[in-house]
Design a protein around this ligand. Structure first.
Ligand code: SAM
Length: 189
């Protein structure tokens, strides 16, 4: 299937690609069906490593299946744990890229979704795990089943980040109606 370069996850990937080199350590904070886990493991290559988190066993099962028989990818560790605990799994200053695709799995239970408090706790830890020059990408959704609380809370948190330590770049689908998703990349300076 041909991917749409303007779709939010592809947009974020175009910004992530230059940041990750073979041998790097990366984290998928919201594993879901594993597409971002696979993407990161392709960038990091066999000498790299990827850690992936989700709170649903179904996500680990789907991701394990997707990763079967992939060649030339990084070894991947799948954790049934909240991304709010990612600080327990890596050392500060060692991670090149962390991907957050917030919300719920479109094909899954919409009531199992990310939440403002745990997302912000995960971002706090993620920013410490990042090495200088590393980045966190975020796909933020709102409206419908996602509501607005998480989007508003995360945007407020990002606004307050120390501009001497982090650069926060937010894109916007400016002329799209309703509540378009928001792609964000945070760079550690
Ligand atoms: N990146 C995924 C993919 O490629 O299919 C899509 C992710 S989906 C939009 C969001 C995922 O976040 C869901 O699978 C959900 O279970 C997971 N999630 C919700 N709260 C979480 C938490 N506290 N820690 C880790 N994952 C969480």
């Amino acid at each position: 299937k041909k991917s749409n370069p303007y779709q939010i996850t592809e947009w974020c990937r175009s910004l992530i690609r230059p940041q990750v080199k073979p041998g790097d350590l990366c984290i998928d904070a919201t594993m879901g069906n594993g597409h971002d886990t696979l993407f990161l493991s392709q960038l990091a290559g066999p000498s790299g490593r990827v850690l992936a988190f989700d709170i649903q066993q179904a996500a680990l099962d789907a991701t394990r299946k997707l990763l079967e028989r992939q060649d030339g990818v990084a070894p991947v560790s799948l954790f049934l744990d909240s991304h709010a605990n990612m600080g327990d799994y890596a050392r500060p200053g060692t991670v090149s890229c962390i991907v957050f695709n917030l919300g719920y799995l479109p094909s899954g239970d919409h009531s199992i979704a990310t939440h403002k408090e745990s997302t912000i706790a995960a971002l706090e830890q993620g920013l410490e795990l990042l090495k200088t020059g590393g980045c966190i990408s975020l796909c933020i959704y709102s409206g419908g089943d996602s509501g607005f609380e998480e989007r508003n809370g995360v945007l407020e948190y990002l606004k307050g980040l120390d501009s001497r330590r982090f650069l926060v770049v937010l894109s916007c689908y400016y002329n799209r109606p309703n509540h378009p998703p928001i792609p964000v990349v945070i760079y550690k300076l």
